[in-house]
Design a protein around this ligand. Structure first.
Ligand code: SF4
Length: 379
């Protein structure tokens, strides 16, 4: 197939659904986690759960970068914008993540009391670099979030700033690592001890895997006996991946299979990995929303590039802040609850007025269910 429409062909989707129905074994339940928010979005948008037999259940995972960013990290960015007077640049969705005191970067831009932040949405790290070049008298900070997909562009920006001697550019690095989050899920008591979140396998992320390759998932197949199928973000990709997972479970196999072979190789993008390794090293620990503090699950800027580390330059420390008491984002990100289990869903919390992070990005489980699935709850 060459064109995107072909990956959205309804007849082929129905055929795949029929194959899944034919191959599930009577009396057996199948529970698969789609790690990535892109898959969560595709499943909701195309109604894929409705095509599956009732014994095949999809569980949302923590792979939405906006969703897993804890309040304390957004507070750091707001603090830099309001109290240090920097130009704060970041990607669009990050602007709307709820922070402490009912704030968000968007609200801080609009004004808090007599202060307002110079906060700018950018499409790429190169835009942030250009803002730094254009404003040599101002400090420009890029608030970098995301999994392995968005990490290489941040590394390139830091190296570019270094090569140009751009002294007014720095980065708050909040890049996180997919394999660490999968380990955390598999080691969680809900999965390992109590069995309240049964997991028979994973749909592996698409974009992340173009960078890291399929090799890092082999550990989960070998050590945890969990099949992983890396899949693209189109509906037929997801349906094909579910069929491949059902077959692995039926045959007692636990392997890494690659449905997204048109973009993902076993070794991934080695050049991008090298850039990342040059600029970043592992953080000893990092707090995730929902997963709590996860050891060695995120990156920080190496000493060689310390001049570009906003945490050091402005001497700001991370402070952990609890989520809104009624928000169930943490449980949703661990696969323990669904959006409709939250009392605030669709009433107090909507995409226009998100109370938790899962309602912000279209990849968030709450936002996806609000946009595409909530009508089903009424029937
Ligand atoms: S509906 Fe809103 S408050 Fe509830 S879990 Fe989702 S994001 Fe959090």
């Amino acid at each position: 197939m060459k064109y995107i429409d072909e990956f959205r062909d309804g007849e082929l989707a129905k055929n795949l659904a029929l194959s899944i129905c034919a191959e599930v074994q009577p009396g057996r339940n199948y529970s698969f986690m789609e790690f990535c928010g892109g898959h969560t979005h595709a499943i909701s948008r195309y109604g894929l759960s409705d095509l599956l037999p009732p014994t095949v259940r999809m569980v949302h995972g923590p792979g939405c970068p906006v969703c897993v960013l804890p309040i304390g990290r957004v507070d750091m960015a707001i603090n830099l914008a309001l109290d240090h007077g920097v130009i704060l640049c970041t990607y669009g969705d990050t602007l709307r993540i709820p922070a402490s005191g009912g704030l968000s970067l968007m609200k801080a831009k609009a004004g808090v009391g007599n202060k307002s932040g110079d906060i700018r949405m950018v499409y790429s790290t190169l835009d942030a670099l250009q803002i730094a070049r254009d404003n040599p008298q101002r400090e420009v900070v890029f608030f970098a979030i995301g999994f392995e997909t968005t990490t290489p562009p941040t590394a390139v920006a830091i190296q570019q700033a270094d090569a140009e001697g751009l002294k007014n550019f720095s980065v708050i690095c909040c890049h996180v690592l997919t394999p660490s989050a999968i380990s955390n899920i598999l080691e969680s008591p809900e999965v390992r001890q109590w069995g309240t979140v049964p997991l028979d396998g994973f749909i592996g992320p698409a974009h992340v895997s173009t960078v890291i390759g399929s090799r890092p998932y082999e550990f989960f197949a070998e050590e945890y006996r969990k099949p992983v199928v890396i899949a693209g973000f189109e509906p037929l990709d997801v349906m094909q991946a579910i069929l491949m997972l059902v077959r692995q479970v039926n045959e007692g196999r636990a392997e890494v299979e690659n449905e997204f072979a048109r973009a993902v190789s076993r070794d991934g993008n080695v050049k991008a990995q090298d850039r990342v390794a040059e600029v970043f090293e592992l953080r000893r620990e990092f707090e995730w929303r929902g997963l709590s503090v996860v050891p060695y699950s995120a990156l920080k800027i190496r000493q060689r590039y310390a001049a570009y580390d906003a945490e050091k330059r402005f001497n700001i420390d991370y402070r952990s802040v609890p989520d809104h008491k009624a928000c169930e984002c943490g449980a949703i990100l661990r696969g323990v609850k669904k959006p409709q289990d939250c009392k605030l869903f669709g009433t107090v919390c909507t995409p226009e007025n998100p109370i938790g992070s899962c309602m912000v990005s279209s990849e968030g489980a709450c936002a996806a269910h609000y946009s595409y699935g909530r009508y089903k709850d009424m029937h």
